[in-house]
Design a protein around this ligand. Sequence first.
Ligand code: TXA
Ligand code: MG
Length: 326
Amino acid sequence: MRLQSDDGTRRLRDDEAGIEEAAAILRAGGTVAFPTETVYGLGADATNGEAVARIYAAKGRPRFNPLIAHLPDAEAAFAQGRFDEAAQKLAAAFWPGPLTLVVPLSEKAPISDLARAGLPSIGLRVPHHPAAEALLRTVARPVVAPSANRSGHVSPTTADHVLADLDGRIDAVLDGGSTRVGVESTIVACLDGAPRLLRAGGVPREALEAALGRPLAEAGEAVIAPGMLASHYAPAARLRLDADAIEPGEAALLLGAHAPAGLDRARVAINLSPRGDLGEAAARLFAALRDLDAAGVDTVAVAPIPRHGLGEAIRDRLLRAAAPRG
Ligand code: TXA
Ligand code: MG
């Protein structure tokens, strides 16, 4: 086994041998990108501060943000944090699945300070993906994993996206094909009795509120998700949101069967889901932003996206992608 190889990043198959190898690298303090149902994560042993530091070096992250710790099942996650009634309900309803719960750190949890950015809370997630589950079970330690992209780039939904950003900067990528959900997990903080939505994501708000039997509180000043930089998901192209017509020279990002005025003069047009399915649109979003960048377009006119269901997460990512660069 090699760490930090000079000759690029190894691409591992998501079979038993590949998963064993990936787990061995993680246990030795290395960095491995792996698939989840949302996006690819860049994993490191959460209990090893030096390993966690390698994530920041690889991503070129300007500062330390708290990271999400990934576990193979709810039982393993319960050992890391203190779950109030709301957190227990949400874990029962959505794990494994695209939901991260921020809860007070358990005293016995071995997670390093750096992984939490010094916070007394921890973000926990049980991904719904066979290769991720097998990897986490084999590592048998919490694995922190931010999205496996260079800081400020869009999140990767294939192993090729990971290598485009991080080849030579990480030890390996476990190739599990395209991710199914395509946007990151929903983050809910359960810290003060009132569950709060910190980030829209793969589990829609409506589903969370149905499971809780009450509305979610908004993230107040008290509980922020540090690292939610406004321009976090930035492609190179400028995005013009809620566009009802395409201007000359623009590319078009569409949803549904409706053809906006001026579509015939669009430089490139990508439809996230011709049948208007928000799940399909979420799964294709980040690859579409990468494809538009690769086509070298300056401005993308983005069709209106509904606000319900996964539309909230899609709109959130597009707003960040459209935000002025800091
Ligand atoms: O779907 C996902 O969640 C992916 C996959 C790889 O699991 N991961 C991901 O990680 O999106 P990342 O690092 O890109 O985003 C994690 C977010 C950050 O905005 C961070 O501030 C927030 O989670 N977060 C983590 N722990 C937190 C805590 N204790 N309190 C508040 N926010 C926290
Ligand atoms: Mg990210």
